[in-house]
Design a protein around this ligand. Structure first.
Ligand code: HEM
Length: 506
């Protein structure tokens, strides 16, 4: 054996011995047998939460798998979710960062990728108390109302075009625009799209940056989970540096525009610049937070509304019942506003039922253990990644009658909270890392749906029966429909002016 190989052999021997010792000493959750070096990574099917659900039937409600040498634990019941997100919350609140997410977040200087610690506590407080406070959400309501009417106007324009009469529209196209405008206006205080739907130069730059970000993070290699082979799989540092430079440049230009205008409004960029000294946050953190909102808020809002619309086209009974409620409360002579929502309980139940069956982040975001903990009687070593399968939990027949059925009435019969206090329904997670944008998201989804149902009727595309609408999912951290829903749309209200956008200059 060549001389330099001896220390390497000793290191490998020590690692293997340590792993064996750990395995024998600890009571680790059961799971599929991992292959040497790569673990179970190639056994996991693309739609992960379904694969994990199937594995939970074999290995139990808590099981472990390995990505390379990295242990991952998956829990699939209400009781275990409570152990993770309530009883052991503090020790399971870190994040696992790949090299690209570490680079993009500058080592977790934002919120999403930050480990739980003093920085996280400070920034989280800023989000809860300042950015997502009920007062601020109410102050920016005119902006959201503007976007709901813009959504309606664009659909009306298309569905009344003679050449499109009786043809189906791609629902996602309209929902993506409303989410794009809502979230960019919220974060940056700017509408990048003009009234004809044309995105301006800065908006194009923004879109390119988000597209590049997705492309970089999608290129994950197994080396992320096997630290000792990372040197063989270099990250594309040039692409990461360019992404960061482009993102920072665009954000700084927008921040400068806000500072110069001296006209502080309620958007996040204004709020963060105003609060920077008080909370002692760096420019990196401001930039990180603004882009966190884009990453976490834009797709999730589109996805949730698209799933709900698919269910409503599939279930004409539910659609009609929601429309009856809207007709009763709002009537035919005006459009609904967010102020109507408390008087629309059935509409609210539709949102819950849709998020129950189709949570946009079915495995939440993974948490990482900062200490050794016990879950379900098993040892979870420090550094393990823990996933809660909220998709499986919300379909558990132990808690849900006919769980596969889309039946909003179930929430009329029992009022179940979905903002982290009831562990049967956790689309936004629970505990200290619960989604800070939950209320905003609920407002966006409920009101978009309300407008779409009050102002239009939605039917399946010609030749498709409602029950034939495909409800399968695309792989990914966020779960889009595999086949975007298409629907034939017809206006319900007779007054044409109710289909015009009502602009707000917020
Ligand atoms: C239906 C829409 C949404 C769903 C289902 C959703 C769900 C979630 C979930 C499951 C998490 C992870 C919780 C955890 O790690 O335990 C999360 C985190 C987060 N969400 Fe949302 N979200 C939605 C919309 C939004 C919106 C609109 C925003 C902001 C504009 C937002 C901002 C965030 C942020 C910043 C985090 C990171 C929190 C942290 O790490 O502490 N989300 N969201």
């Amino acid at each position: 054996m060549a001389l330099p190989a001896i220390p390497l052999a000793i290191i490998i021997f020590l690692i293997i011995s340590y792993k064996l010792y750990q395995k024998l000493r600890l009571k680790l959750p059961p799971g599929p047998r991992p292959l040497p070096i790569i673990g179970n990574i190639y056994q996991v099917k693309p739609v992960k939460f379904r694969c994990f659900y199937n594995w939970s039937k074999t290995y139990g409600p808590i099981f472990s798998i390995y990505y390379g040498s990295q242990m991952n634990v998956i829990v699939s019941t209400t009781e275990l979710a409570k152990e993770v997100l309530k009883e052991n919350d503090q020790h399971l609140a870190d994040r696992f960062r790949t090299r690209s997410s570490a680079s993009m977040s500058r080592g977790g200087k934002d919120l999403i990728w930050a480990d739980y610690g003093p920085h996280y506590v400070k920034v989280r407080k800023l989000c809860n108390v300042e950015l997502f406070s009920p007062k601020r959400l109410e102050a920016i309501r005119p902006m959201r109302e503007d976007e709901y009417t813009a959504l309606v106007e664009s659909i009306y324009k298309d569905c009344t075009k003679p050449e499109l009469k009786g043809k189906s529209l791609l629902v996602r196209e309209y929902l993506s625009s409303v989410a794009f405008n809502n979230i960019t206006r919220l974060a940056f205080g700017k509408r990048f799209m003009d009234s004809n739907g044309v995105v301006n130069e800065q908006g194009q730059e923004f879109k390119k940056i988000t597209h590049d970000g997705i492309k970089i993070t999608a290129k994950l290699s197994i080396a992320e989970y096997i630290p000792w082979i990372r040197w063989m799989f270099k990250v594309e540092q040039d692409a990461l540096d360019k992404f960061a430079a482009d993102r920072d440049h665009l954000t700084r230009v927008i921040m400068e525009e806000h500072i110069k205008s001296g006209n502080t409004k309620q958007h996040f960029v204004d709020a963060l610049l105003t609060l920077q000294k008080q909370y002692d946050i760096s420019e990196d953190t401001i930039i990180g937070l603004l882009w966190d909102m884009i990453a976490a808020g834009m797709d999730t809002a589109t996805i949730s509304t698209e799933w709900a619309m698919a269910e409503l086209v599939r279930n004409p009974r539910v659609q009609r019942k929601a429309q009856e409620e809207l007709d009763r409360v709002v009537g035919p002579d005006r459009i609904m506003t967010e102020a109507d929502v408390p008087k629309l309980p059935y509409l609210q139940c539709i949102v819950k039922e849709s998020l129950r069956l189709h949570p946009p982040t079915p495995l939440m975001l993974p948490h990482r253990a900062s200490a050794n903990v016990k879950i379900g009687g098993y040892d979870i070593p420090k550094g393990s990644i823990v996933h809660v399968n909220v998709w499986a939990i919300a379909r558990d027949p132990a808690y849900w009658k006919n769980p596969e059925e889309f039946r909003p009435e179930r929430f009329m019969e029992e009022d179940i909270d979905m903002k982290g206090t009831d562990y049967r329904l956790l689309p936004f997670g629970a505990g200290r890392r619960i989604c800070p944008g939950a209320q905003l998201a609920i407002n966006l989804i409920t009101s978009s749906l309300g407008h779409l149902l009050h102002q239009f009727t939605w039917s399946p595309q010609p030749g498709v029966k409602p029950e034939e609408i495909d409800l399968s999912e695309n792989p990914g951290t966020v779960t889009y429909m595999r086949n975007p829903v298409k629907a034939v749309v017809s206006p319900r209200l007779s007054a044409v002016h109710l289909y015009k956008r009502v602009e707000s200059d917020m």
